[in-house]
Design a binder for this molecule. Structure first.
Ligand code: SF4
Length: 280
């Protein structure tokens, strides 16, 4: 069995920044650090931070005055931010710069009277925060059929959730050309996501099995699974080494490994070590 790791693997810069900021804050005050929902979509990372003292809450109401609140890498909605300020909480904003930039673009397009079209999932925190910023004044799309239903508009501005599939975004963009007099397209898919998708596609073409390591809730991990499967290779999505099954592999297999952007190195290493033991 040959193990081949993708070129880009482990935390992206945005997640690294969120986790590092949280660890720094933990050094100063272990007792009153709160996280508003999981800061990243990876259970193992969240459990590690909880063990170190971070408490997870669902709303600002649950946080005692004077405490510190850490926001997600996916951003925070203005109404929640205001609530935290009113309560005089110490806010550690770990929003990824790519997410911030996409929010600013959505705001600009909305203010300039474009019909804002977002390629994304409105249940994802990144998008629900963006919608809050532009007062829900946007059309969500996920496929070409939805684009075809759009009536002719004077001005359209298109952007994407940062972790969407780039090929699908390109396809949607071209289908908007005959729907408007003026079309502005902002490719807000982050570079880390685009690189990983490209690497995963290339790797999936030259191996017998792909393992995609990452949280079941992680949008970018699910996208990698989808891309690998599109290449026709047998693909398994797993979070921990406990989910590996010996029967998946044959001695001559080339096994490709990639990961979501919120998957820690230690989860990847544990899986690689287990595979190496089975090689012996
Ligand atoms: S995947 Fe991209 S947008 Fe999301 S946290 Fe990482 S760098 Fe930022």
């Amino acid at each position: 069995m040959k193990i081949v790791l993708a070129k880009e693997i482990g935390f992206c810069s945005g997640v690294k920044n969120s986790v590092n900021l949280t660890k720094t804050v933990l050094k100063t005050d272990k007792k009153r650090i709160y996280m508003l929902g999981p800061i990243v979509h990876n259970l193992q990372v969240i459990e590690m931070l909880q063990k170190e003292g971070v408490k997870i809450v669902d709303s600002i109401e649950e946080i005692p005055e004077g405490s510190t609140v850490i926001t997600r890498a996916h951003g925070v909605s203005p109404s929640i931010l205001q609530e935290a300020l009113t309560k005089k909480l110490n806010i550690i904003d770990t929003t990824c710069p790519y997410v911030k930039k996409a929010q600013e673009i959505a705001k600009y397009l909305n203010e300039e009277d474009y019909l804002v079209i977002i390629f994304g999932d409105k249940r994802h925190p990144e998008i629900s925060n963006m919608l809050d910023i532009i007062h829900n004044n946007a059309l969500m799309v996920d496929n070409i059929a939805e684009i075809r239903e759009i009536k002719f508009q004077k001005k359209i501005g298109l952007l994407s959730q940062t972790t969407k599939n780039f090929s699908n975004f390109r396809e949607l963009s071209s289908n908007l050309l005959d729907k408007t007099e003026e079309l502005r397209i902002f490719n807000t898919i982050c570079k880390a996501t685009i690189k990983r998708q490209k690497n995963a596609r290339e790797l999936a073409k030259v191996v017998d099995i792909m393992l995609v390591i990452g949280g079941k809730e992680s949008a970018n991990t699910s996208r990698l699974v989808e891309i690998c499967r599109q290449q026709g290779v047998k693909t398994y999505h797993l979070e921990t080494k406990g989910q590996l099954e010996y029967t998946w592999f044959h001695p001559e297999d080339r096994v490709g490994i990639t990961s979501g952007t919120s998957t820690p190195d230690w989860s990847i290493n544990e899986i690689v070590e287990q595979l190496e033991k089975w090689q012996v």
